[in-house]
Design a protein around this ligand. Structure first.
Ligand code: SF4
Length: 387
């Protein structure tokens, strides 16, 4: 069993309202079962804290994701962080992020989060245009994000990230230009830009199938990506992952750990976990049950609630090494692959490399494999080639 640091993910599966494009494991509820949720999460944390694989391992980062975890009482967040840091010694530099809906924050709640130890806030702004926010079915207003930013700074949370969506229905290049410049005027340390994707089963997907949803065409989509690259670069942000831009030293520690293949423990309904075998080249991934009722019952009985788990063979781990690692702009190191898997990457993936190089999707410079600018646009296709 290794003693390397790992990342902790806490899933909060509730929102005030379900957005019509979202397929995350979340429920829109009028009343959040705060106590039930907290009790179950603490029990699950306690269970894993005593498992030999995780016991007393140092904690690299904590991420409260969802859902809308900013709806969780700050006292509950305080309890969870306390229990986590008592079980797993936190690194001095630990990053503790809370995802937040800008419309559901007050100075009081932010002060509570800050006191609890939250030192990074990820704001789901999505857009600053009232028309686009309405079209996206969001339940916050355009002015909520600037208000949340100034309140967060006031209570001392200065490491702020803003999420924006592009490729939204009826969104023009001017709309997106406005979103980017408004976000930059708030001087966040980090920006995540996500392209709206149509997920099967969502109201947006159905509307698109019926022909009732006008999405930007491919050219406009590309124009939006180019625009963000130019404006963010000019403002001093560097792109370090397909969707992520940061000022120097403000890359997301937690998300970067996923792309580097660090182990993570997911707590809460629907959370995913990943651990490596001691050899490092095999692993296991599992997901918790999504329904809070089932999760609660299982955790009360057994301390855990696993819906499925899969063994990751060396072959699968080799594929994921490239699938995840190539998301980072700096790419992956061929010698690291060789140290981990005791095989030459050229022997395993030589044909894939040749095909992707001939399509101008990747480059190999010495030890590094990286996506090309074209590869960044077609990263899903590149990833599939390694699977
Ligand atoms: S707020 Fe986020 S998690 Fe909740 S429904 Fe909307 S997109 Fe999904």
């Amino acid at each position: 069993v290794t003693n390397s640091p790992f990342s902790l993910y806490i899933h909060f599966p509730f929102c005030r309202k379900k957005c019509p494009y979202c397929d995350f494991a979340t429920d829109a509820v009028a009343r959040i079962p705060q106590e039930t949720y907290l009790e179950a999460v603490l029990m699950e944390l306690d269970y894993w804290a005593y498992q030999p694989h995780w016991r007393s391992r140092p904690l690299h980062s904590i991420f409260f994701g969802g859902g809308t975890p900013s709806l969780l009482h700050s006292k509950s967040i305080d309890r969870i962080i306390n229990v986590a840091c008592r079980s797993f010694p936190p690194l001095r530099s630990i990053e503790i992020t809370l995802e937040a809906n800008p419309g559901a924050l007050s100075e009081e709640s932010l002060q509570g989060f800050s006191n609890a130890g939250i030192n990074r806030l990820s704001l789901g702004a999505q857009s600053f245009s009232p028309r686009i926010l309405k079209r996206l079915g969001r339940d916050h207003e355009a002015h909520d994000t600037p208000t949340a930013v100034s309140l967060a700074k006031k209570v001392g949370i200065c490491n702020l990230s803003i999420d924006l969506l592009y490729g939204c229905p009826d969104q023009s290049i001017d709309d997106f230009h406005y979103d980017l410049t408004t976000a930059l005027s708030l001087a966040p340390k980090h920006l995540s830009l996500y392209s709206l994707t149509l997920e099967k089963g969502t109201p947006f997907f159905q509307a698109f199938e019926r022909g009732d949803l006008a999405l930007p065409n491919e050219d406009l989509h590309l124009e939006m990506i180019e625009l963000s690259d130019i404006l963010l670069k000019e403002a001093g942000y560097h792109r370090y992952e397909i969707s992520s831009y940061a000022l120097a030293h403000f890359e997301s520690q937690h998300n970067s750990s996923y792309w580097r293949g660090t182990e993570y423990l997911g707590i809460g309904p629907g959370a995913h976990s990943f651990c490596r075998a001691p050899t490092g080249n095999e692993g296991t991934r599992w997901a918790n049950k999504v329904s809070l009722a089932e999760y609660w019952t299982d955790v009360a009985l057994n301390g855990k609630s696993i819906a499925w788990q899969e063994f990751l063979s060396p072959q699968k781990m080799m594929s994921e090494f490239f699938l995840l690692g190539l998301r980072r702009i700096e790419g992956v190191s061929l010698s690291t692959f060789e140290q981990l898997f005791h095989q030459s990457p050229h022997t395993v993936f030589g044909d894939t490399f040749n095909e992707l190089i001939s399509l101008a999707l990747i480059t190999i410079n010495g030890d590094r494999v990286q996506l090309t600018p074209k590869g960044l646009l077609f990263s899903d296709t590149v990833g599939q080639k390694f699977m």
